[in-house]
Structures are given as structure tokens and as C-alpha cells.
Design a protein around this ligand. Structure first.
Ligand code: ADP
Ligand code: MG
Length: 324
């Protein structure tokens, strides 16, 4: 199959004529030299790109459907972190061969999430070489209104969406080649599902932007590390109570209390949001966000620049929780 045949067969099914987005009508997508995007007055275009390389970011022979879903989920998570609404994405794909079964699975995974978030594919590039997937997402946000890492102040409460550590708990299973479909026990199934099908917290990000959150970051590298980004950008510190970290029953049952806590503290790949809110906003925080994910307050911002402590005053760092 030639390059153009491949593009027509597999990528146009993700295009603007098939998946409606916020501005689908006034711009051109796949098939010309460029995509054209009109931005409504008073909005900014938020952009982010993520690259995944086979053998580095995912094991060889990974399930293509999961790869497609996860590649778009990771990119959309960056839009969630700034409170942007998804608009469209582009895909730069390097393939070792034109395997139709693989392409069908991969674009099926992309499609599921693209439809969910009304985010069509508007262009890309296809080349031959070691399997590499680059997804660039575009989102819209009211001008000057985005959530940044730099707005946290002493006294703000620190909260997270969902549960933490599940994806890290799945990694031994992922490396062993297990998939959610092949796995029989329900705990492993749950953890694998959390790894392959992360939920970008788009609705939560939008809610937080509208309702006065002061900063946010998505948890891609681990809570302590990602919270540190907020602390650095905002020139503040934090107290975190490890006992308050939201952990799934599956993670605790699979790994026990201590190890599951270490996964929740430092494990990456969950794509939950960590954010700060002033106390006045914290008082009206709902228990659940519009997409159904739970909100948990885990600590508070302090003036002590760059330092994370537990309630006993002991410093928490990535190394103190690196048990794996
Ligand atoms: P050019 O050589 O002019 O850059 P290409 O031949 O690479 O264009 O691509 C032709 C059209 O197909 C373009 O509109 C491009 O955006 C689209 N396209 C190519 N690869 C992909 C892909 N992986 N996903 C989406 N669109 C793609
Ligand atoms: Mg061209």
C-alpha cells in the first residue's frame, strides 16, 4: 500500500468530516499542504507535542489500540493541565512497515478518544523507520485565562484528581507483555487499564480554570516531581500528608501499604491533575468533577521555597520514596 492510499484509508476517518470539533466548519484539514485553524476572538491556541518511541516509551509489540489511545491521552492531558478545551491534533508517525491490521487497531484507539473529546485529526506526516509516534494537540482557552504552574501562594490547598500510582503499579505487568484483555485477575486488569487508557482530565481542568484554581500540572512523572514544578514556578513550598494520597483498592491489595504509597508518591504515567486552590475555593470544591473523577486535598502550600515536608516536619523527596 502506498503512502497516500494509507493516509486516505486510515487517517481521513479521524478528520474533521468524521469527528466534529469546536471549529470544524471554517478550516481545512487533511489533504492539503497545511491545516488552517481559525481562532475565535478572545481565545488563545494552547499547543503541546509528545513523542513516544518503541522500546523506550513502550515495549515492542504493544497492542496498537492501546498505543493509539494512550498517545492521544498523554497529549490531551497537557491541555487539561492548563484548562484548555481540545480543538484538534496532528500526528507524525514513523512506521517500520505498512501493517494494515496494526494501523486499523492504532487508529481505532486514537478515534475512541478523539470522538470523546471532539478533537479531529487535521494533518500529519508519515515516514518509514523505527516505530515512533508524535502527537501534537491544539486547544482553546480564553485569552490570558489559562492555568499555569506559577500561581500558587502560601495557604493554598493542594489537591489531586482520581487515584495515584496505578499506572506505575501496572508497569511490571506491561513489561511482561500482559494486556487488560489477556489478564484474568481483576486487580491486574484494573491496573493495566489505568496504564493503557488514562483519562485526560479535560473537564476537571476547565472547571478549575473557571472556578479560580491558582496553579495546575498533570502528573506524568510522579506526584513529588510534578508538584515540585509548581513549587519552583511559584517560588513556594508544600506540606503533603502521605496518608491522604488517594490510592485504588487494587493498588493497595496488589502491593501492600508501603509499596503502594511509594508508587502513589513517585510513580508516573497516571495523567491525573495536581492543582492548588485558595481556601475560599476549596470550601466549594465538589467531591467529584464533571467527568466523575474524585477530588482529594492532600496538603497545603507553604512559604518555604522548594521544600516538601510531611505533617511531622520531615522533608519528603523522591529518593525517600524510591523503593522500586
Ligand atoms: P507534504 O509532503 O506536502 O508535507 P504529505 O505528503 O506528507 O504532505 O501529506 C499529505 C497530506 O496528508 C497532508 O495534508 C498531511 O497533513 C496528511 N498526512 C500525512 N500523514 C498523516 C498522518 N499520519 N496523519 C494525518 N494526516 C497525515
Ligand atoms: Mg506539501
Amino acid at each position: 500500500m502506498g503512502e497516500f492510499e494509507l493516509i486516505n484509508k486510515y487517517f481521513t476517518r479521524l478528520g474533521v468530516s468524521k469527528i466534529k470539533g469546536p471549529c470544524s466548519t471554517d478550516w481545512v484539514g487533511i489533504g492539503d499542504d497545511c491545516a488552517f485553524i481559525s481562532i475565535p476572538q478572545g481565545t488563545q491556541l494552547a499547543q503541546s507535542v509528545d513523542t513516544m518511541v518503541e522500546g523506550v516509551h513502550f515495549p515492542t509489540n504493544s497492542d496498537p489500540f492501546g498505543l493509539g489511545y494512550r498517545a492521544l491521552a498523554c497529549a490531551l492531558s497537557d491541555l487539561a493541565a492548563v484548562g484548555a478545551t481540545p480543538h484538534s491534533f496532528t500526528l507524525a508517525l514513523t512506521l517500520p512497515e505498512a501493517d494494515e491490521q496494526w494501523l486499523d487497531g492504532f487508529t481505532g484507539g486514537l478515534r475512541q478518544l478523539a470522538v470523546k473529546h471532539c478533537c479531529p485529526l487535521v494533518g500529519g506526516d508519515t515516514t518509514k523507520g523505527p516505530l515512533t509516534i508524535s502527537v501534537q494537540v491544539q486547544g482553546l482557552v480564553p485569552s490570558g485565562d489559562c492555568l499555569l504552574r506559577s500561581g500558587a501562594s502560601p495557604g493554598d490547598l493542594i489537591c489531586v484528581t482520581g487515584t495515584l500510582g496505578d499506572a506505575a503499579g501496572a508497569i511490571p505487568l506491561v513489561l511482561a507483555g500482559e494486556t487488560a484483555a489477556s489478564c484474568r485477575d481483576s486487580r491486574s486488569k484494573f491496573l493495566l487499564h489505568r496504564y493503557w487508557y488514562p483519562s485526560p482530565r479535560i473537564e476537571a481542568g476547565e472547571w478549575l480554570r473557571i472556578n479560580g484554581a491558582t496553579s495546575a500540572v498533570d502528573v506524568s512523572d510522579g506526584l513529588l516531581g510534578d508538584l515540585q514544578h509548581i513549587l519552583t514556578a511559584s517560588r513556594v513550598g508544600a506540606i503533603i500528608d502521605p496518608n491522604l494520597l488517594p490510592r485504588s483498592a487494587s493498588l493497595i491489595q496488589q502491593y501492600g501499604n508501603e509499596k503502594s504509597l511509594s508508587y502513589a508518591m513517585t510513580g508516573g504515567d497516571d495523567y491525573e491533575l495536581c492543582f492548588t486552590v485558595p481556601e475560599a475555593v476549596a470550601n466549594k470544591l465538589p467531591q467529584f468533577m464533571p467527568d466523575g473523577c474524585r477530588i482529594t486535598c492532600i496538603g497545603q502550600i507553604t512559604p518555604e521555597q522548594g521544600i516538601i515536608r510531611n505533617p511531622d516536619g520531615n522533608e519528603l523527596d523522591v529518593n525517600s520514596y524510591q523503593h522500586f
